[in-house]
Design a protein around this ligand. Structure first.
Ligand code: GDP
Length: 206
């Protein structure tokens, strides 16, 4: 059954890397609709960006958590920006560095005017942690919109995925004005990826 995946994959595979930035003030100003991905180190962020953009290594998939410590900007078809934010919560990063990363993430979310939507990634097996809730608070307090992306669902049983969805939905009642939906995904098995592509594509037109 055709589901639009072919044309969406083609659209998203026309992409390029714009730059890597260590401070918000350095991020090139841009008016394209922007979508960013954020989550704990090792949540599967690089893998999902690569799955969405059908690129093997647009975002570096690293076995070393905490390696990506800058804001990485990509462009899709010269129409949409995708931003890979640094992973947070990596224990081996020094406290000073951790504070620096938190400041970088916060100032980006609060100040980036063309930011349309934030995808907050949660490892399905691990579930939501305090730091993820802090991020949801920052997003809603800065009046931006977000969705939750459950990652690596191939590692979990169907009933467990359902129960994660149910408990997250009740938590998200606290963010009614800013929360959109939950995506259940696996980059390895290409599950739920097309739903994120469609969502980004549709939101970019609004
Ligand atoms: P990042 O640190 O958030 O960018 O995470 P990565 O994309 O580098 O992934 C971290 C680890 O999780 C790697 O070993 C990946 O191979 C693995 N991983 C990522 N996505 C999936 C997935 O959908 N399913 C499974 N089973 N493993 C995944």
């Amino acid at each position: 059954m055709p589901d639009g995946s072919r044309s969406l994959n083609l659209f998203f595979s026309k992409n390029n890397f714009v730059g890597s930035f260590n401070a918000f003030s350095e991020v090139s100003e841009n008016y394209l609709p922007e979508f960013c991905f954020i989550g704990r180190s090792n949540v599967g962020k690089s893998s999902i960006i690569n799955a969405i953009t059908k690129s093997k290594k647009l975002a570096k998939t690293s076995k070393t958590p905490g390696r990506t410590q800058s804001i990485n900007l990509f462009q899709i078809n010269e129409k949409i920006n995708i931003v890979d934010l640094p992973g947070y919560g990596y224990a081996k990063v020094s406290r000073v560095k951790r504070d620096e990363l938190t400041n970088l993430i916060e100032s980006y979310i609060i100040n980036r005017n063309n930011l349309k939507h934030v995808f907050v990634l949660i490892d399905c097996k691990v579930g939501i942690k305090d730091k993820d809730i802090d991020i949801c608070d920052i997003i809603s307090e800065s009046n931006k919109k977000f969705s939750i992306v459950l990652t690596k669902i191939d590692k979990c049983a169907i009933n467990f995925i359902k129960s994660q969805n149910v408990s997250l939905i009740s938590l998200m009642n606290n963010y009614k004005l800013h929360f959109n939906k939950i995506f259940s995904t696996s980059s390895t098995k290409n599950m739920g990826i097309i739903d994120i592509q469609k969502n980004i594509f549709n939101l970019s037109k609004k």
